[in-house]
Write a protein that binds this ligand. Structure first.
Ligand code: TRP
Ligand code: ZN
Length: 912
């Protein structure tokens, strides 16, 4: 039943309810006496009332007990304040006053890894989004910013390093083998950016100069014995500093910047001011233990957290609905950082191909994760209007679609205009907690100067409307006039909560849509628009006269181009200039033209993927009907052509030749039948391995990377093409390739080649060598947790793995549900990336999911609710699967004592 406010209940927080905090927090002094089970936290907060009228002082709390409370030095009587599990309220305060709070907490009992917790023998904190309230009573909201002074004391032998944000003020020894240090952070920050670390570590450090000649100390802290794995992280950090100075004019503002690696961590990494804390998997990397993908992930995440120092920390979010203000923008910045690093030192054409590789990878991530989210029960705009648990809104939409929305502004303003807009944003808001609107206002100020009569008012709808727009393109060629008219029409379905809101009307988006036209033999055609005033400008900004940026701002618009004698092939949404789905009826031959010769490397890849999607979906139907399923000539021809196109760099070629993922394919299937889809995808791989055996063998043999391992994109590209060839050939049962895989596994001098071979063996080798290799790998790497995570993940995602294998591995001594990386490597990998196993007809996958969500929920609800999301799109499966998935969801929802995190996910999933 549609209602006006479908979410009216006590747990929902609404964006429209925002109220400023009535006090400013002038200073924060924190004192930690660190102890494994009984850490004492003394906090002194100095407030000043913003208004003359008195107001209630509200401090947040979670899972802590109040030990002492003073107001202006006087102990407060119990009847002068109110205390609940989640709040401490001191009524009617005004003027300036000091509140002193003492809490006692037990870090060893903290399995949530939010607030202060133990990992290994050290102490760590995680405060974003609302973890600080698990340490002390505090206005734990991002718009309350303050200057922090932090005193830490603890056992000197166990915790020789005591770290917090900012600059080290003093350190001294205390009696009983303890010591004490004081840190001061000179910058205003919200509580979510607070951090402390205590423990014993290896350090790798370097002093570098900023562009203004200031010395800054960069340090990487990691587990004892792991220093030889932090070289890449430090080099990545240095590159990040240089890049942000060069591309955005942003300099490091502290004398010291620390990164600490930790084994127990809920997510990737955290941008605490001057003291980033990282999941060890995004810090440690050496050739023996890390793959090319790991090396690039380390560089990207180090960049991401470092770039937050300006986009997130110096300018932060007013409230958590504005999360994309910092995350979307910072993802955009880290994507550009990686692209610039990949293109560095290459000539123009090679640089364009390198940047396309990065774009392809980012768009693939968006389509696999964000598109389904935007069509499912959790669909939300990049700036949500409501949430129950903020932890559930660190989503692909806020991050990845948020980055696309920033990228579109970059496209509309151009590089120079975007940079001006960023400068304006910092000029206006440095040191403040602001909104997404504030960001667009700064961009719009610049946009309006160069685009008279235009504004970003339609564009802003990207912040308030959810769903992936469909852009239907039709092309009319007039052979007598030599004109081509392209008509673009957009529609966006109602999604998620929009569907049950009574009078929600969806309006058109402002969609920058880059296009080109090719002749039937693959020549790029010059684009002359019949009547355009903005033509020159958009040409310059978007890659010369062969690419044109159309701006669709209404439901439907047309553009006419002149001087085109024959019917051309349109190349659409070049570089994925907007996060939309394109609908156009290309023939297979037209797709082949694009896939072989579109000068835009992104669009060329896209056309090949479209062709392969048709092929695999066609074979899925054929298999289901039991008819014979051969590959089409045109598809094989395109793949062979691209295998042999020696002018292309290997990394780009590997993307061209990779089949669309099962997740991408599932988006094109209704209902989704994962078992048939996996079979069809395998059939295509097998047939293509056979049909192009000599070409694949050429790629396998021609892409060695002899000599010392280097993670650069050129050699990584060669390895990815070689390992792709290996998997196609092995899928086709090629004996020589089989031998080569076994030999490559033994001889590999880097983890990329080792895993490439092991993956091929585990997925395609059916002899006894398979178990041997699995056992050998464990034997060799059992003492390296990050490598053992790979070992679990590889088995979890192997084609023939079912729940019995997973349950067997859960009983392995190396498995633990309490370590998030380990839980993710086995359970999440199986449920998310092994569709065939997870959706097995008997429902065993769903039963495992139910058990694991509930087991994890009692340990760590933030992690559990990510696993819960696997069932989001349950309603899109066949009736038989659907009903089993639904009853699993109901079982979880009805479980007593379920966390609010998981409850939000499963009840929204069941509401559709
Ligand atoms: N702000 C972090 C980032 O994107 C991510 C983050 C948010 C996080 N909440 C967290 C990390 C909780 C660990 C735990 O860079
Ligand atoms: Zn971030």
């Amino acid at each position: 039943m549609p209602t006006d406010s479908p979410e009216k209940d006590n747990h929902t927080v609404y964006r429209k309810d925002y109220q400023p905090y009535p006090f400013s927090l002038d200073a924060v002094a924190l004192d930690f006496e660190l102890d494994e089970t009984r850490t004492v936290v003394n906090s002194t907060l100095t407030f000043t009332s913003k208004d003359a009228a008195p107001a209630d002082l509200v401090l947040n709390a979670e899972d802590i007990t109040l030990d002492a409370l003073h107001l202006n030095g006087q102990a407060l009587a119990a009847d002068t304040y109110t205390l609940s599990d989640t709040q401490l309220v001191i009524p009617q305060l005004s003027g300036s006053f000091k509140v002193q709070v003492r809490t006692v907490i037990d870090p060893s009992a903290n399995s949530l890894f939010m607030g202060l917790y133990k990992s290994g023998s050290g102490f760590f904190t995680q405060c974003e989004a609302e973890g600080f309230r698990r340490i002390t009573y505090f206005p734990d909201r991002p718009d309350v910013m303050s200057i922090y002074t932090v005193t830490l004391s603890g056992d000197k032998e166990k915790y020789p390093y005591l770290l917090s944000n900012g600059n080290l003020v003093s350190s001294q020894d205390l009696p009983d083998g303890r010591h004490q240090v004081v840190w001061h952070d000179p910058f205003h920050k919200p509580s979510y950016l607070f951090a402390l670390v205590a423990g014993d570590f290896d350090i790798r450090e370097k002093t570098v100069q900023t562009r203004n000649g200031r010395d800054v100390l960069l340090q990487i802290y990691s587990d004892k014995g792991s220093r030889d794995k932090t070289e890449w992280a430090l080099a990545s950090l240095e590159r990040s500093l240089v890049w942000d100075e060069k591309r955005f004019g942003l300099e490091l503002d502290l004398d010291r910047f620390m990164i600490v690696a930790v084994r127990d961590f809920n997510m990737g990494a955290m941008e605490n001011k001057g003291l980033n804390i990282f999941n060890a998997g995004y810090v440690l990397a050496d050739p023996d233990t890390a793959t090319d993908a790991n090396f690039s992930a380390v560089e990207a995440v180090i960049g991401h957290e470092y770039f937050h120092n300006w986009t997130g920390n110096r300018v932060t979010c007013r409230d958590w609905f504005q999360l994309s203000l910092k995350e979307g923008l910072t993802v955009f910045r880290d994507q550009e950082f990686t692209a610039d690093m990949m293109a560095a030192g290459l000539d123009d054409q090679a640089a364009a191909s390198a940047r396309a590789v990065k774009r392809i990878d980012d768009v693939s991530v968006l389509r696999a994760g964000q598109f389904p989210e935007d069509a499912g029960p959790m669909a939300h705009p990049i700036r949500p209007d409501s949430y129950e648990s903020i932890g559930n809104f660190y989503t692909a939409t806020v991050y990845e679609k948020g980055a696309e929305v920033i990228r579109m502004q970059h496209t509309l303003l151009g590089e120079a205009g975007f940079r001006d807009g960023m400068d304006e944003y910092f000029r206006r808001h440095d040191g403040q907690a602001v909104t997404c609107d504030d960001f667009v206002n700064a961009m719009e100020y610049v946009y309006e100067k160069s685009h008279p009569q235009r504004d970003l008012s339609v564009f802003r709808r990207w912040y308030s409307q959810a769903g992936t727009p469909r852009v239907k393109v039709t092309m009319q060629h007039d052979a007598s006039q030599h004109t081509v008219t392209l008509t673009l029409a957009q529609t966006t379905p109602l999604v998620g909560i929009e569907k049950i809101r009574k009078d929600f009307v969806k309006k058109p988006f402002h969609i920058p849509f880059a296009i080109g036209l090719l002749s039937a033999n693959g020549q790029a055609l010059a684009l002359h628009e019949a009547d355009a005033d903005t033509q020159d400008q958009s040409k310059q900004q978007n890659g010369g006269e062969h690419t044109r940026l159309l701006e669709l701002t209404a439901e439907q618009q047309s553009w006419t181009f002149t001087g085109i004698a024959d019917k051309p092939v349109p190349s659409l949404l070049r570089n994925f200039s907007a996060p939309v789905i394109v609908q156009y009826d290309w023939t297979a031959d037209e797709l082949a033209v694009l896939a072989k010769s579109d000068p835009n490397p992104f669009a060329r890849w896209e056309a090949g993927q479209a062709l392969a999607t048709r092929e695999i979906l066609g074979i899925t139907q054929a298999l289901k009907q039991g008819t014979s399923a051969g590959l089409s000539d045109v598809f094989v021809e395109v793949w062979k052509n691209n295998l042999l196109d020696a002018g292309l760099d290997a990394g780009y070629r590997a993307r061209l030749l990779t089949l669309p993922s099962e997740k991408f394919l599932a988006e094109h299937m209704d209902p989704i039948e994962p078992v048939w889809l996996a079979k069809a995808r395998h059939t295509v791989r097998e047939s293509l391995g056979l049909a192009a055996a000599s070409e694949w063998t050429g790629a396998l043999q021609g892409n060695d990377t002899p000599g010392e391992y280097r993670p650069d994109p050129i050699s990584a590209g060669r390895r990815s093409l070689k390992n792709l060839a290996l998997s196609f050939l092995m899928a086709a049962g090629d004996q020589a390739a089989c031998q080569q895989a076994l030999q490559q596994y033994q001889a590999a001098h880097n983890m990329t080649d080792c895993m490439g071979a092991l993956g091929a063996i585990v997925n395609y080798h059916h002899g006894d060598k398979r178990q041997e290799a699995i056992a050998d790998f464990y034997e060799k790497w059992q003492h390296n947790p990050l490598v053992i995570d790979k070992w679990f993940a590889l088995q979890a995602t192997a084609a023939d793995t079912r729940t019995d294998t997973i349950r067997g591995l859960m009983a392995h001594p190396a498995f633990s549900l309490r370590n998030p990386n380990r839980a993710r490597s086995l359970i999440f990998q199986f449920c998310m990336n092994n569709a065939e196993g997870f959706h097995s007809e008997d429902g065993a996958g769903y039963r495992l999911w139910t058990e694991m969500v509930l087991a994890l929920d009692s340990i760590n609800p933030e992690v559990a609710s990510r696993l819960a999301r696997v069932m989001d799109n349950w309603a899109r499966y066949t009736p038989a699967s659907k009903s089993q998935m639904k009853s699993s969801l109901e079982q979880v929802r009805n479980h007593e004592g379920l966390s609010s995190n998981v409850s939000e996910i499963v009840s929204k999933a069941l509401r559709i």
